[in-house]
Design a protein around this ligand. Structure first.
Ligand SMILES: Cc1ncc(COP(=O)(O)O)c(C=O)c1O
Length: 402
């Protein structure tokens, strides 16, 4: 019996089966490469759903974490600590905003944005108590809490978790007319992913995000951009909204903000909006802890160099050029995406996304399927062009052999 199958059997015996991981057991990782318990190497073309934009074991991030581990790791928000103000100030500046509300996971940050919008609606906009509405898009993915799955359109994510939280209106993604019709005087926010990640890296039609910005401004509604997966370099800009010169009212950030080291998330916005909270009205024991702030500060400093955005732009152009050559020929139906991020729809006759992912794994490349026959490609932004080309060679080989 191999070490791999032992580890998988043990995991299946002792953990809930809420995931169906590829049968690889990672033991260590560096940059864009992971090594499994049997010493086999794999190119990571998923990067923890963009949580690992800066690669595994990034020296700057590990050093920042280690230095902070030796000083102080947790205070709770009952006390101030000496990394907090710096982190919030720097993050607000990176976003061109004034205030930050730090949390831990992406879902918590989305919940925080929902609470912010409702409170803003009641206290600032004057929506009658209990009437606030938030408009969201079909095929969204914003996390796994009971409120968030209440406005999911994915039966797998949603089934058997009712009763569901009311107050959400779902409209087709990319459809401004439908959005406009859904916004009423009690609407407090429109919550969107600027590119829908889980849905298969869906880029909305040009003009959609500026249209949402204009509509929300005109109707006194907050525009909340969930940039948890699309933000912090992945698309070639710090924020995916920047591609269309759009500045939302609230940024929701997570994943790469923790550098793949610790969970760090945040909602970032103006003092008028985030200023609605008073002490005791929202919080988190771990949100904004010293270790999270130290790592987050290093992430912000790294993004400030522009180096990672540039890599995502250049390598992304190459990735999309190469994938574009495959699109419409043989197994590949369509390719979408922006920067170092792609959704590749495989002709179901060639195999499911899962089967393609397994065949890629056998050739030393790790990706993740979504929605049946789509595979997502999102390597760490530190990947070399040679490694990216090697990964693409493996994809071509897998597709050629079916
Ligand atoms: C756009 C988006 N929002 C929210 C989340 C939820 O983040 P977390 O898994 O950290 O709760 C995700 C995770 O994939 C995401 O892609």
């Amino acid at each position: 019996m191999s070490t791999t199958s032992d580890a998988i059997r043990s995991a299946e015996a002792h953990s809930a089966h809420n995931y169906h991981p590829l049968p690889v057991v990672v033991a260590s990782a560096e940059g864009a490469w992971m090594t499994d318990v049997e010493g086999r190497r794999f190119l990571d073309m998923l990067a923890g759903y963009s949580a690992l934009n800066f690669g595994h074991g990034n020296r700057r991030l590990i050093d920042a974490a280690k230095a902070q581990l030796e000083r102080v790791t947790l205070t709770s928000r009952a006390f101030h600590h000496d990394r907090f103000a710096e982190f919030c100030g720097q993050l607000a500046q990176l976003c061109g905003k004034e205030m930050v509300l730090p949390m831990n996971t992406g879902a918590e940050a989305v919940e925080t944005a929902v609470k912010t919008a409702r409170k803003w609606g009641y206290r600032v906009k004057g929506v009658p108590d209990g009437m606030a509405k938030i408009v969201v898009a079909a095929n969204n993915f914003h996390g796994r809490t009971t409120t968030i799955v209440s406005f999911s359109t994915d039966p797998e994510a949603r089934a058997d978790y009712g009763p569901y939280t009311p107050g959400f209106e779902i409209v087709p993604y990319g459809d401004l007319t439908a959005l406009s019709a859904a916004v009423t005087e009690n609407t407090v926010a429109v919550l969107l992913e600027p590119i829908q990640g889980e849905a298969g890296v869906l880029v909305p039609p040009a003009g959609y995000l500026p249209g949402v910005r204009e509509l929300t401004r005109e109707r006194n509604v907050l525009f909340i951009a969930d940039e948890i997966q699309s933000g912090l370099g992945r698309t070639g800009k710090t924020f995916a909204c920047e591609h269309e010169d759009v500045v939302p009212d609230l940024y929701v950030l997570g994943k790469a903000l923790g550098g793949g080291v610790v969970p760090v998330s945040a909602v970032v916005g103006s003092a008028e909006v985030l200023g609605v909270f008073r002490p005791g009205e929202h919080g988190s024991t771990f949100g904004g802890n010293p270790l999270a702030c130290a790592v987050g500060l290093e992430v912000i400093a790294m993004l400030r160099t522009g180096e990672y955005q540039q890599r995502a732009t250049e390598l992304g152009e190459h990735l999309h050029h190469e994938l574009g050559l495959l699109a419409g020929t043989g197994a590949v139906q369509t390719v979408r995406g922006r920067g170092l991020w792609a959704g590749v729809d495989i002709d179901p006759a060639f195999g499911t996304g899962r089967q393609i992912s397994e065949r890629l794994m056998d050739r030393g490349v790790l990706v993740k399927d979504t929605h049946g026959s789509t595979i997502r490609i999102a390597p760490p932004l530190v990947i070399s062009k040679e490694d990216l080309d090697w990964g693409l060679d493996q994809l071509r080989a897998v597709l050629a052999h079916e």
